[in-house]
Design a protein around this ligand. Structure first.
Ligand code: ADP
Length: 168
C-alpha cells in the first residue's frame, strides 16, 4: 500500500495538493489548527472564506491555499462531542468522506488531514482515530487517482492513537 501515512508534524508546513482544516461552522477562523492555517495562509484566505456563507457540520468547502505551501485548503467543521448519542460518529465520518471527495474532484493527488474534532471539540481520541483511519482507507479504495493521504498528528500521543487504530 504505502498510500496512507500517519506522522507527527505541523500541517501548515505540508507541500501537498490539499490540506484539510478542522474549521468551525462560520469558516471565519478560530483556535487550534484553524487559527494556525489562517495565520500561515494570510488574510486572503479569510477573504475567500467570507464569501462561502459558512458550512454545515460534516460538510466541506474548498479554497485556495494562498501563503501556504499547500495548493488548497478543504474546510470541514467536525462535530462537537456531546456524549456520542447525537450523531457524532456519522458526522465525523462525513467530514473525512466529503474532504476526500472534494480533493478528488479538484484533481488533488496528495492530501493531509489534521485530527478533526479531537482538540477544542472534545471528541475522544481513540474513537475519532478509528473513524478517521477507516474512512480514509475507504476513500483511497474509492479514488485510485489519490496517491497519498497523510494523517498529520500534532503530538506523539495523537500519532500513537492513530497508529493503534490502523493496527500498526
Ligand atoms: P477541533 O475544534 O476540530 O477539535 P482543534 O484545532 O482544536 O480542532 O484540534 C484538532 C487537532 O489539531 C488537535 O489534535 C490539535 O492538537 C491539532 N493541531 C493544532 N494545530 C495543528 C497544526 N498546526 N498541525 C496539525 N495539527 C494541529
Amino acid at each position: 500500500m504505502g498510500r496512507f501515512k500517519i506522522e507527527t508534524g505541523d500541517i501548515t508546513t505540508y507541500s501537498v495538493d490539499a490540506i484539510a482544516n478542522a474549521a468551525n461552522g462560520s469558516l471565519l477562523g478560530g483556535g487550534g489548527v484553524d487559527g494556525a492555517i489562517h495565520r500561515a495562509a494570510g488574510p486572503e484566505l479569510l477573504e475567500e472564506c467570507r464569501g462561502l456563507g459558512g458550512c454545515e457540520t460534516g460538510q466541506a468547502k474548498i479554497t485556495k491555499g494562498y501563503g501556504l505551501p499547500a495548493g488548497y485548503v478543504i474546510h470541514t467543521p467536525g462535530p462537537i462531542w456531546r456524549g456520542g448519542a447525537f450523531g457524532e460518529a456519522e458526522l465525523l465520518k462525513n467530514c473525512y468522506e466529503n474532504c476526500i471527495r472534494l480533493a478528488h474532484e479538484h484533481g488533488c493527488k496528495t492530501v493531509a488531514f489534521p485530527s478533526v474534532s479531537t482538540g477544542i471539540y472534545g471528541y475522544p481520541l481513540d474513537q475519532a482515530a478509528r473513524i478517521a483511519v477507516k474512512t480514509i482507507r475507504e476513500g483511497l479504495e474509492k479514488y485510485p487517482d489519490i496517491e497519498e493521504i497523510i494523517m498529520v498528528c500534532f503530538s506523539e500521543r495523537v500519532e500513537k492513537a492513530y497508529k493503534k487504530a490502523d493496527n500498526y
